[in-house]
Design a protein around this ligand. Structure first.
Ligand code: HEM
Length: 155
């Protein structure tokens, strides 16, 4: 058994559960529930605390993705080298990485700007809706990243 491959894939999948799982469930279940049950003026504070508690796990997940992702890329027979997108696998992985960068960018903007706006504005309807939209975009980007990965793995 290739223990290094098993270990890298396991960590890559664990990071997927934490990072993609967080935003998919936040968009589908947690945020709609919190929004319906918590006073608008308190929602921002709760979301800020959630963000603080998640920050370390998100950072660790991104680090794991980069380290195990580089290993999984370099050992994959379909990998043609940096900047060479001469087959379907490389093109799918390129699209995946563009989606990963978009995911990280939207994630940072959401945690740094939109959550703060909900707290500052004491839960103004506009800020609460913008946050909901951002969680939906993150969930869709996460699902798209997994789709690109599944397509690449099925080649
Ligand atoms: C949000 C970020 C990411 C998510 C959610 C993600 C998710 C996944 C998943 C679920 C797999 C399938 C593992 C398996 O069962 O074999 C996978 C495979 C892979 N990932 Fe990622 N990944 C992410 C970031 C990265 C990064 C940054 C890299 C490269 C630096 C990378 C490179 C790879 C490679 C090469 C494979 C194997 C693909 C294949 O089997 O053809 N991933 N990824």
């Amino acid at each position: 058994m290739d223990v290094l491959l098993a270990g890298a894939t396991w960590l890559h999948l664990l990071a997927t559960v934490v990072l993609i799982g967080q935003y998919v469930l936040l968009a589908l279940i947690y945020y709609p529930l919190l929004r319906s049950r918590i006073k608008a003026a308190e929602l921002g504070g709760v979301m800020e605390e959630l963000g603080t508690r998640m920050r370390g796990w998100i950072g660790l997940s991104v680090l794991i993705f980069i380290l195990t992702g580089i290993y999984l890329t370099l050992r994959d027979p379909a990998y043609l080298g940096v900047g060479n997108f001469g087959n379907a696998w490389s093109i799918l992985m390129l699209i995946k990485h563009i989606l990963v960068l978009a995911f990280i960018g939207v994630g940072i903007y959401t945690e740094r700007a939109l959550v703060g706006k909900v707290a500052e504005s004491k839960g103004s309807p506009d800020s609460v809706t913008r946050l909901e939209t951002a969680f939906a975009i993150l969930a869709i980007l996460g699902v798209a990243i997994l789709l690109m990965t599944a397509l690449a793995g099925a080649l």
